[in-house]
Design a protein around this ligand. Structure first.
Ligand code: 5GP
Length: 359
């Protein structure tokens, strides 16, 4: 387990509001309870419950959003989430979040994202590289990452803007345009997520196509439920990466494999929400054996009480991967980051250096 923590890791699928510490959620719930806005004891039970079905998760997100959606809290959770990932040696983190309009809080999609970025800049315990390779002029991050454990930890952070499946075409287009506007501020791609039984592919397609036309990388939650028509349409769209890919049939597996679209694998999340029957029967094994491009991810580390180190540990204990195979798996994820080649080169150096220490 400690070895998995020490392993440098790349996280490509982490939802901001799903990665909030339980302690923070409880503290926020207590504050709203004291103000009489919610009943603390009821909310506490929901937060502390450990197994959750997929529909329960989405009800819970509505609750999380009540707790977290004001500017200061968004800033706080963004800061804490980065600190938590850095603490377990994640060296590159793509956080995805849904920009939210909330008139009651004077919040626009833009001001929500500004609050997220304020949180990333407020991180003190860790050196955060957010804006691109020229952010640090006198010292590259890779040389700092190579310094080992004695100094402050370092992490690259990039942002993906999520389109929620409940949104209209026009709201989805706003998100893509916002991503374009914020490309020089750490935003690097677009995600489609939200309750998979809600909404229609045709609603988001214009926005996803717009992102493609603008050259913005796209990742899509695919096959969380067996929606044949949509899985087909997503594969035809051929995004840069896919999340989950649980409920594919034989023809769709074949197509995915021939397209070689990298997959963000979320073991704990899939088992907890029923996307995979068990860890042992998770489609990781099939994709791994087929040498399909993939990367281990947490999805919602807070909601599912996991960590990226734990996901690597689960792979080791369930599928019997050796340390060198785990190392290779972590290192291979560098190829699938949305950041530029300068960042990739720097991350490769980090792994090269860590190899001596860990293998
Ligand atoms: P946020 O975007 O508010 O920072 O993070 C929470 C949101 O991410 C949820 O409301 C939901 O739209 C999305 N999300 C988190 N986990 C999952 C998941 O496992 N599947 C899907 N489809 N969406 C998710």
């Amino acid at each position: 387990r400690e070895w998995c923590v020490a392993l440098p890791k790349v996280e490509l699928h982490a939802h901001l509001n799903g990665s909030v510490r339980n302690s923070t959620l409880l503290e926020l719930a207590k504050q709203l309870g004291d103000k009489g806005i919610i009943v603390f004891e009821d909310v506490k039970d929901v937060i502390m419950k450990s197994d959750r079905s997929l529909p329960e998760c989405f009800k819970l997100f509505d609750l999380f959003h009540i707790l977290t959606t004001d500017h200061d809290t968004v800033t706080r959770i963004a800061k804490e989430v980065v600190e938590d990932f850095a603490a377990e040696n994640v060296v590159y983190l793509e956080i995805r979040t849904t920009p939210k309009n909330n008139e009651a809080k004077g919040m626009t999609k833009r001001s929500y994202m500004d609050a997220v970025i304020k949180g990333l800049k407020a991180v003190e315990d860790v050196d955060v590289e957010l804006f691109g390779s020229n952010f640090r002029t006198n010292e590259t991050l890779s040389s700092k990452l190579l310094d080992g454990d004695t100094k402050k930890k370092k992490i690259y952070v990039r942002l993906l803007l999520s389109i929620d499946r409940r949104e209209t075409t026009s709201a989805a287009l706003d998100t893509v345009n916002l991503a374009m506007e914020m490309m020089d501020q750490g935003v690097i791609g677009i995600d489609l997520s939200g309750n998979p039984v809600v909404g229609e592919w045709e609603t988001y397609l214009p926005a996803l196509q717009h992102a493609k036309n603008l050259g913005i990388p796209v990742t899509i939650h695919c096959g969380e439920v067996a929606n044949r028509k949509e899985i087909q349409a997503v594969l035809d769209f051929c995004p840069q990466r896919l999340g989950h890919v649980c409920c594919l049939n034989d023809v769709e597996w074949k197509k995915l494999k021939s397209l070689m679209i990298p997959v963000e694998i979320c073991l704990t999340s899939n088992v907890m929400t029923g996307g995979a029957p068990s860890l042992e029967l998770h489609h990781f094994a099939d994709l791994y054996n087929a040498k399909h491009p993939l990367s281990l991810c947490t999805d919602d580390s807070g909601l599912f009480s996991t960590s990226l180190s734990n996901e690597y540990y689960l792979v080791a204990t369930t599928f019997g991967l050796s340390k060198s195979e785990l190392f290779q798996l972590a290192q291979d994820a560098v190829q699938f980051v949305f950041a530029d080649d300068v960042v990739k080169k720097s991350l490769k150096e980090v792994f090269k250096h860590a190899e001596k220490r860990l293998l």
